[in-house]
Design a protein around this ligand. Structure first.
Ligand SMILES: Cc1cc2nc3c(=O)[nH]c(=O)nc-3n(C[C@H](O)[C@H](O)[C@H](O)COP(=O)(O)OP(=O)(O)OC[C@H]3O[C@@H](n4cnc5c(N)ncnc54)[C@H](O)[C@@H]3O)c2cc1C
Length: 373
């Protein structure tokens, strides 16, 4: 049976379910098509970092608006998804990295963010568990972390309550615009609407290309692992300049560690972590927190996100097809932004505008570049 809607959403990750909720709450008939399970890809398997520190200057207005949603997440979706503002400590392990750490201070100042700088002695005093390689740090108390397993399903549940139809195991295999509106086919059914949101994560690059807007999208496949529960040493989220290792200890004591890149299999339908990369990441983690030596890794995993050459996403209207809006290529840091980007897509569809400057995220910035999908 054919299905007509006001808005079709291609992809049930964090961005798609947030858009579904906000559009349904504004009275739209929404159908979301997800080839697997809601939040089954990057949005459900990420590190859970909710971080402003270190963001690209273009992303700052987006991240600050996102942070306000996170503060009130319970009012939006009935749960905080375990969000805690535990603060993010970014560390430098050399004088060169310390200089790089300082380079973000101008961005912080421009947006009225107060990050606290720590020298070697202050680090030793406040964070005695850190290894000797850490020479400087920058701490931002409003950063934090949440549980990615909880966020997308909670948005999806509220979206369904608001009347949206979210269809899992619906792989969109045909798509196009016939002059009147969009026509998508999944599981042999046809879906039609005047608006389409392309929020298909890594696979959104191929969708954009189908509508004549190819981009030089690549993959980022972070290698992740978690230790057994350990004696508590810090509730902070911890990262390093360069991003080659990052970690956060949960209340239960497990330490979630990310570092290095995993690999894709089945033509990028699935990912798997690499033991050699996990060992390397663990060695780096031990350099930062020596007491991790000997900790048992109980699970490792990965996931895939679209990676843009300039490390910022594509967000905004298509320039080939009226009614089409893109949001993809979050380059490994879109978990925090999912709720706000979903909200903004809703505003673009219904109001034709938003208060966040989207020019830096325009898909046309890649016009003429070599494309590898
Ligand atoms: C391991 C890892 C760690 C990360 N850590 C962090 C972090 O700490 N902090 C942070 O802010 N960000 C982090 N990220 C990035 C973040 O997870 C992503 O940027 C974000 O989740 C992207 O959300 P999305 O909705 O765009 O994409 P996705 O979650 O990938 O959702 C897109 C959905 O579209 C579906 N889809 C694709 N093609 C089709 C089709 N043809 N038909 C139907 N459905 C389709 C997919 O199945 C998928 O579910 C991490 C990412 C990974 C992989």
């Amino acid at each position: 049976m054919n299905r007509r809607a006001d808005v079709l959403i291609l992809g049930g990750g964090g961005v798609g379910v947030a858009a579904a909720l906000y559009l349904a709450r504004r009275g739209q008939r929404v159908v979301l098509l997800e080839k697997g399970l809601i939040g089954g890809q990057a949005s459900g398997v990420n590190h859970g970092g909710v971080r402003i520190q270190g963001r690209h200057v273009a992303e700052m207005p987006l991240a600050l608006r996102a942070r306000r949603i996170w503060e009130n997440m319970e009012a939006h979706i009935g749960t905080r998804a375990e969000f805690v503002a535990c603060g993010h400590l970014k560390l430098a392990r050399s004088e060169e990295q310390a200089a790089e750490l300082d380079s973000w201070d101008a961005v912080a100042a421009e947006f009225g963010i107060r990050n606290v700088k720590l020298g070697r002695n202050a680090l030793r005093e406040e964070y005695p568990f850190l290894g000797p390689d850490c020479v400087a740090g920058s701490f931002l108390d409003i950063d934090g972390g949440a549980n990615p397993r909880l966020l997308a399903p909670a948005f999806a549940a509220r979206a369904r309550e608001a009347g949206a139809e979210l269809l899992e195991r619906h792989d969109v295999t045909e798509m196009g615009h016939d002059g009147e509106g969009f026509r998508l086919v999944a599981n042999g059914r046809e879906f039609r609407a005047p608006f389409l949101l392309n929020v298909a994560g890594y696979w959104a690059g191929a969708v954009a290309a189908t509508f004549g807007e190819p981009t030089p999208i690549g993959k980022t496949i972070p290698n992740m692992m978690v230790t057994e529960p350990l004696r508590h040493f810090s509730g902070r989220s911890i990262g390093v300049v360069g991003g080659d290792v990052y970690l956060r200890q949960t209340d239960r004591g497990n330490v979630i560690i990310g570092g290095g890149r995993a690999e894709t299999i089945d033509e990028a339908q699935h990912t798997r972590p690499l033991p050699a990369i996990s060992r390397l990441a663990m060695r780096k983690a031990i350099q930062v927190v020596p007491q991790l030596e000997g900790a048992m890794i109980i699970r490792s995993w990965s996931g895939i996100d679209g990676n843009m050459p300039d490390k910022i996403p594509v967000i905004g209207p298509s320039h080939t097809t009226p009614g089409l809006f893109h949001a993809f290529g979050f380059s490994g840091h879109g978990f925090m932004l999912g709720p706000v980007v979903g909200q903004i897509l809703g505003e673009l569809v219904l109001d034709g505008r938003t208060d966040v400057p989207l020019e830096p995220f325009d898909i046309r910035r890649f016009t003429g570049q070599t494309v590898t999908i």
